[in-house]
Each structure stands twice: as C-alpha cells, then as structure tokens.
Design a protein around this ligand. Structure first.
Ligand SMILES: C[S@@+](CC[C@H](N)C(=O)[O-])C[C@H]1O[C@@H](n2cnc3c(N)ncnc32)[C@H](O)[C@@H]1O
Length: 292
C-alpha cells in the first residue's frame, strides 16, 4: 500500500541538514547552496543550542558523495538518474560534460526550490532534466519512455540519504520501480543507503554523536530510523535478491584521503578512518543481466 505523499514531505527538510554539512567540504557549489537556502539558521533551530553537535556525520556525507561519483565514473554510463537529490550539486557538476544526460528528481516541492537555485547558479542546460518522482509511486513516475533517454544505452540510477527513511514495504516499491527502469535500459543502481544494525552499532561506538543526528532526523520526519535498519549485510543481500537484484558492497575507506571536511569540522583522522571502514556503498544489478 502506498503512503500518503505528505508523509514523505516531512523527510525533505533533512536535505537542508545535509546541505549544511556539505559546505564544509570542497564539493563545488556546496557553499553557495547552503547560503542560498540559509541552511545554517535551519540547523541551529534543529539543534536548539545543543552542545552535542553531530559533526562527524560530515565524514559520511562527503564520503558517500565522492565514492558514488567514483563508481559512476567507473560505470562509464552517460545517462544518470538521481533520486531524492535534495540540495545535492552532483547534476550541476556532471552536466558540464555535454555528453552526459542527467535526470534530477525529488518530491515536487523541494525539486522546484532546487530548480530555482540551479537557475541562479548555472542557468539552463539542455542535458539537465528535472522530473518530480515519488520513488514509491504506483504506477511509476520514473522516465520509462522519455524521449531524452536512449534505450540502447545503460542508465545509472543513484540515491544517497533516501532508503534509510523508508519502511520495508516502501523499499519494496522503490526496488520494483528501479527494476522496471533497468529492464528497459540496462545498467545499475548505485547507493549508500542500506544501513544495517551491525554497521550502525559499530559506528556509534566510534562516534556516539551520530546517534544524535539520527534522533534529530527521526524527530523531524516522524519516522524512527532505527526501526528501518537491516539486521546485517546478509539481510540486505537477501532482501535485494528477493526483489530480483544481485548486490555488491564496497568499503568507503578507499575515499579517506579525499575527505576535506576533517579540518574545518575538527574531526580526528583515525575516527574518520574507523567510521569509513564500517560504511559501504552498494552496486545493484538485475539478476542475470549482462555484466557491464
Ligand atoms: C536526507 S535528504 C538527502 C538529499 C540528497 N540526496 C543529499 O544527499 O543531499 C532525503 C531526501 O529524500 C527525499 N524524499 C523523501 N521521500 C521521498 C520519496 N518518496 N520520493 C522521492 N524523494 C523522497 C526528500 O525530499 C529529501 O530530499
């Protein structure tokens, strides 16, 4: 059964929390975006003068963004669809290459706000498309038959910071919608979003302040994120397999030396290293699909 859209709209403000953290990295446009949406003021309000600032989440946010970029580049795909893009600048950077078609999507409210920001920062680009997509929608709102996509070329579908907010039933709908896309175009789904209890428990031992970030996100969204975790990677694998996917996981530790948020956020290198060693990015392909 589908959840009402306004239940998802409560998740959209979390995009501001992420945009706020991203400004402490060297990711292009992050500072401009955070300023334009006044992310600082929103985050101050959410933290309510708390001294327990979950700054170490920066390791995750920068790590997943850069690692996913690496895997997209390795795929050599030229058709990219980003789900739940929030205030993420990936599309603005990737569309500098005119050979890339980048489809940016999120719920309609935040997508309109994002389009206005992009208009201010870079203007229009013919290879940059904006499509409102509720990822759980039935029937699908994905571009199954879009004249700007080529069915002879694979797509990479990507999302970060989305699936952890969804119930198991909602996750199944996302898998179904992505499966339909990959059946038409081929390609893969690259995401950091399958958190498991084992992984999170290890990371909270290393960085207790992360619990605080989860608590804030749960309060804003009215969704208890700890209830939506997978048990462990075997559980993720089994779930993906039941939805028709093979899944591979990659440790984010490989991105450690590219992190730029450690100094501005005053994060210890060894803590960042241990956090990334316990965090993963996943590549999912349809079972029995041709290797690409
Ligand atoms: C934590 S933010 C992450 C945003 C962005 N990916 C980033 O990393 O900065 C979660 C995003 O999920 C989007 N979202 C929530 N429910 C959704 C749904 N059912 N369909 C599409 N997007 C959804 C929100 O609007 C929000 O932009």
């Amino acid at each position: 059964m589908q959840s009402p859209t306004n239940s998802f709209d409560k998740i959209s403000p979390t995009a501001l929390m992420v945009a706020h953290v991203r400004q402490f990295t060297d990711i292009p446009y992050s500072k401009e975006i955070a300023q334009l949406v006044n992310a600082q003021a929103v985050v101050e309000q959410l933290l309510e003068n708390s001294s327990n600032r979950p700054v170490e989440v920066g390791v995750y946010i920068e790590g997943r963004y850069k690692f996913i970029n690496k895997l997209i580049a390795q795929s050599q795909a030229t058709q990219i669809i980003e789900l739940a893009s929030g205030l993420q600048p990936r599309g603005m950077i990737m569309t500098e290459n005119p050979d890339i078609i980048f489809v940016e999507s999120d719920l309609p409210g935040i997508l309109t706000q994002k389009q206005e920001l992009i208009q201010k920062l870079i203007g229009n680009r013919p290879n940059y498309k904006f499509i409102p997509i509720n990822v759980t929608s039935v029937p699908s709102q994905f571009p199954l038959d879009a004249n700007y996509l080529n069915t002879q070329k694979p797509v990479v579908i990507t999302c970060e910071g989305l699936m952890m907010y969804l119930t198991s039933a909602e996750k199944q709908l996302v898998f179904k919608n992505i499966r339909e896309m990959l059946e038409i175009y081929g390609g893969m789904w690259i995401t950091s979003d399958f958190n498991s209890k084992t992984e999170i428990e290890n990371i909270r031992k290393i960085s207790p302040s992360l619990q605080h970030f989860t608590q804030i996100a749960s309060n804003i969204t009215g969704r208890n994120l700890d209830d939506y975790l997978f048990h462990n990677f075997d559980h993720v694998k089994q779930f993906a397999s039941e939805q028709g996917f093979d899944i591979e996981s990659y440790s984010k530790v490989d991105i450690l030396n590219e992190l730029t948020c450690l100094e501005p956020l005053n994060i210890d290198f060894e803590i960042a290293k241990s956090m990334l060693a316990n965090a993963f990015v996943f590549v999912l392909k349809l079972k029995n699909s041709n290797p690409q």
